[in-house]
Write a protein that binds this ligand. Structure first.
Ligand SMILES: *Cc1c(COP(=O)(O)O)cnc(C)c1O
Length: 378
C-alpha cells in the first residue's frame, strides 16, 4: 500500500532523544529546544524564533501579541486549515474570508482591500503548499491601513518569497512541525517575529504568564505571575527529534523535490490533453515541495479518482472544505465579495502521496495509476 504520508526519519533522531534523556532535562527550553531556535534564527534570518507545541499555538500566541480582541476583524482565505481561524476566534475576533487565486490557491491579494473596514486589525496570508503569497502587495496594504500581518507558514518552512524566508516577512510567522509537514517533531511549531518589543510578552505568554524565561537567564532572582499566560513549550525530547531533521534538512529537501519533479514531468501529458491542471509557482516564489496536487474537472471526477487510486492501494486525499461553509465558519465569519474560486477550485483538488521515504517504485505506481484512469472527462 502506498500511504498518503509517512513521517520522516533521517537518522540521528533516536540518538538525540537519548541525549535529551541523559541530560535529565525533558521539559521545555532545554538544549535541543535552544539548538532548534538558534538554527532557525540563523538559517531563516529571523531575529526571534520560539519553539511551540504546535502551529495552532503559535497562531494563538500571534493573535494575542498582535492585540486582537472582541469585535476586531481578521482577513484570511477560507481555503485553509481550521487553526488559521480558530486562533483568532478564541480572542473574540470576527473572520472575514477573501477569495483565493485559482492558480496558487492562495488569498487573492487584489481582493483584500475591498474587505478592509474600520474594524480590521490583521491580515493572515496562508502560504498554501509552501508557495508564497504576494507579500509585497499584502505588506503595502498593511502599511496603508495600519494592520498586522500574521503569516500562516505551517506549510512554508524553508520556502522563500523574493529571497526572504516565509514566516519572516510579516509581523509574525507561524511554522508547523506536525508529522505531515516537511520537518517534524510529531506535534510542534514555532513563532517567528522580528521586533524585540514582542520578546518579553511572548516569553511570558508561553511560560504560563510568568517571567520564568528571565529567571532562567539570571535576569531576575525569582519568577512570578506577570500577565496572561498558557503553556506553549514543547518537551526537549520532541525538539531533539526536530533538531536531527533540521541538521539534515537537505536530505529531506532533495527527496521531496525529486518526487515533485517526477510527478510534474510524468503527468504533463495529462495536462497537455487538458484533462488535469498542475500546480503553478510564481516567479517570486521558491517553494519547498511540501505538496504535490493535481486538479481535475469537478468533484464527481475527483471522487472517482480517489476511489480508483484506493482500489489500487494508493492513498490520495483532498484538502480543506472551505471554512466559510462550515458550522463554525457561518457563526464566526463572513465572506467578503464573491466566492468565485474558493469552493470551485477546492472541489477539484487531489493531493498525491509525498513524503521522505516514498520509494521509487511507489512513485512509479502512483503515476501509472493516474495515467491509466480513464474518467477524467465525464
Ligand atoms: C498544518 C497546518 C496548521 C496547523 O499546524 P499544527 O502544528 O498541527 O497546529 C495550520 N495551518 C496550516 C495551513 C496547516 O497546513
Amino acid at each position: 500500500m502506498v500511504d498518503f504520508n509517512r513521517p520522516p526519519f533521517v537518522g540521528k533522531e533516536l540518538d538525540y532523544i537519548k541525549e535529551a534523556v541523559d541530560n535529565k532535562k525533558l521539559c521545555g527550553d532545554g538544549m535541543f529546544t535552544k539548538k532548534c531556535s538558534a538554527w532557525m534564527e540563523e538559517h531563516f534570518h529571523s531575529r526571534h524564533v520560539l519553539l511551540t507545541t504546535s502551529c495552532t499555538h503559535a497562531l494563538e500566541m500571534a493573535a494575542y501579541l498582535a492585540g486582537i480582541g472582541p469585535g476586531d476583524e481578521v482577513i484570511m482565505p477560507s481555503y485553509t486549515f481550521v487553526s488559521t481561524a480558530d486562533a483568532f476566534v478564541l480572542r473574540g475576533a470576527k473572520i472575514v474570508f477573501v477569495d483565493i487565486r485559482p492558480d496558487t490557491m492562495n488569498i487573492d491579494e487584489d481582493k483584500i482591500e475591498a474587505a478592509i473596514t474600520d474594524k480590521t486589525k490583521a491580515i493572515v496570508p496562508v502560504h498554501y503548499a509552501g508557495v508564497a503569497c504576494e507579500m509585497d502587495k499584502i505588506m503595502e496594504l498593511a502599511d496603508k491601513y495600519h494592520l498586522k500581518v500574521i503569516e500562516d507558514a505551517a506549510q512554508g518552512v524553508n520556502a522563500y518569497y523574493k529571497g526572504k524566508a516565509l514566516g519572516t516577512i510579516g509581523d509574525f510567522g507561524c511554522f508547523s512541525f506536525h508529522e505531515t509537514k516537511n520537518y517534524t517533531m510529531g506535534e510542534g511549531g514555532a513563532l517567528l517575529f522580528q521586533e524585540d518589543v514582542y520578546l518579553e510578552p511572548a516569553e511570558i505568554l508561553r511560560e504560563k504568564g510568568t517571567n520564568r524565561s528571565k529567571f532562567f537567564r539570571g535576569q531576575v532572582d525569582k519568577y512570578t505571575w506577570m500577565n496572561y499566560g498558557s503553556s506553549y513549550l514543547p518537551s526537549d525530547m520532541n525538539a531533539a527529534y526536530l533538531y536531527a531533521q533540521l541538521e539534515e534538512h537537505e536530505k529531506i529537501d532533495e527527496k521531496r523535490m525529486q518526487v515533485y519533479s517526477y510527478y510534474d514531468e510524468m503527468l504533463k501529458p495529462l495536462a497537455q490533453k487538458g484533462l488535469i491542471e498542475q500546480p503553478y509557482v510564481p516567479e517570486s516564489a521558491v517553494h519547498n515541495a511540501h505538496m504535490y496536487y493535481i486538479k481535475v474537472k469537478n468533484i464527481g471526477i475527483r471522487t472517482s479518482l480517489i476511489q480508483y487510486m484506493k482500489e489500487h492501494e494508493i492513498m490520495c486525499v483532498f484538502h480543506y472544505i472551505p471554512l466559510h461553509s462550515s458550522p463554525a465558519g457561518l457563526t464566526f465569519g463572513r465572506f467578503s465579495g464573491e466566492d468565485r474560486y474558493t469552493t470551485k477550485e477546492s472541489e477539484r483538488l487531489v493531493r498525491l502521496p509525498m513524503f521522505y521515504s516514498l520509494a521509487e517504485e511507489e512513485m512509479e505506481r502512483v503515476v501509472q495509476c493516474l495515467l491509466s484512469f480513464t474518467y477524467y472527462e465525464n
